[in-house]
Write a protein that binds this ligand. Structure first.
Ligand code: M6R
Length: 361
């Protein structure tokens, strides 16, 4: 049932405020984090985050949180590489497997590789009865509800919510956050559903850009910090849904090669929340504009006022959300891909060549 929406994708994007509310209220009660007792981060020396596709990108976003908020060394990998590269793993480390379906063959094999080598395996899964949920030492449900569209949307933001809570728990357990600081971060998370509703209001603005994007044969997404994997997610979504070639790059990597791709036919989507890296991202954006790249700037109103001149278009995001703003920026990634696919007439909910659950490698 599409609940009045034209596609499951549109329904699932729109559900994000509600499912985020569900997952946050499951893990945060009376201002405290509620997680299984086994998850005491004091003795952990390293976190490894593994998944495929969008789930691996959720892990990549969370790495910034584990490192910056909890000071916990963290590595990420895609499951298809992790399972075969024979990574040495510390027996004091924990490995986190992120998967919507909980059945992805490579992610399950990665769990089998890690299980005898690490202190604990954790599954961050949407399907509670799945293999990864059953086999991980600890299964943490993402509570996004059934996701029908092959392209992931609400499952991604719910994965981010669970991983954000884990990073905060790690920071608190390890003495990096006192109660007051933890409380402020939890307030930022609790504000997410309402901020997500504000971000959903950008759907029409994204639809208005779909004609422009659908004419392109290549689109580049740029971000720094936690917004780098969100840029990768934006590019993945556009590829999947509209079949337009798209790549995400860390903005700072641009001048090491990708800037050669820029000309007036290449739309560049710049993810630039007003965080500590804003000025750096803006200066990369200006380098692109000097080469006649057509920029879509995604920032908050102040960021757009200070840096938006000369851009092709901009999208004004909420400025709140603290260190977890990356979650919000997933929404314009989803809507740009969705509306571009609708403009091109591709099969939004069942893109060609793709399966919702990839149970063979
Ligand atoms: O079920 P999983 O989360 O393990 O699936 C992983 C990927 O196959 C999945 O995220 C895929 O990249 C999506 N189609 C992206 O939208």
């Amino acid at each position: 049932d599409k609940a009045g929406h034209r596609h499951f994708m549109a329904k699932e994007i729109a559900e994000q405020p509600r499912v985020l509310e569900d997952v946050l209220s499951h893990y945060i009660k009376d201002g405290r984090i509620v997680l299984p007792e086994a998850l005491d981060f004091r003795e952990v020396d390293r976190i490894t985050l593994v998944g495929c596709g969008t789930a691996s990108l959720a892990g990549q976003v969370a790495r910034y949180w584990f490192e910056q908020i909890a000071g916990l060394p963290c590595e990420t990998d895609i499951a298809s590489e992790f399972r075969y590269r024979e990574p040495p793993l510390s027996d004091k480390s924990w490995a986190i497997f992120v998967s919507q379906s909980g059945e992805t063959a490579d992610t399950l094999a990665a769990l089998h590789y890690a299980a005898p080598r690490v202190a604990r395996t954790i599954g961050v899964v949407n399907v509670g009865t799945s293999a990864i949920a059953r086999e991980a030492d600890v299964a943490l449900p993402t509570l996004a509800g059934i996701e029908v569209c092959v392209a992931s949307s609400k499952a991604f933001t719910c994965q981010l919510a669970v991983l954000a809570i884990l990073a905060l728990k790690a920071a608190h357990d390890r003495g990096r956050l006192d109660d007051a600081a933890l409380g402020r971060h939890l307030d930022d998370l609790r504000a997410m559903p309402a901020l997500m509703s504000q971000a959903l209001a950008l759907s029409d603005d994204c639809a208005a850009l779909a004609g422009w994007l659908s004419e392109a044969s290549d689109v580049i997404y740029l971000g720094r910090g936690a917004l780098f994997p969100v840029a990768l997610e934006g590019a993945l979504k556009l590829k999947e849904l509209s079949y337009i070639h798209a790549e995400g790059y860390a903005s700072g990597e641009l001048k090491h090669g990708p800037i050669a791709l820029i000309d007036r036919n290449v739309p560049i989507v710049v993810l630039a929340p007003r965080d500590a890296l804003f000025d750096k991202t803006v200066s990369n954006m200006q380098e692109v504009m000097a080469r006649h790249g057509q920029v879509l700037l995604i920032s908050d109103a102040e960021g757009i006022a200070s840096a938006g001149s000369g851009t092709h278009a901009s999208l004004a995001m909420p400025s709140e959300g603290g260190v977890f703003q990356a979650m919000l920026y997933a929404v314009p990634m989803q809507y740009l891909a969705y509306h571009t696919a609708v403009a091109k007439g591709t099969d939004v909910d069942q893109p060609r060549n793709l399966a919702k659950s990839v149970t063979v490698e």
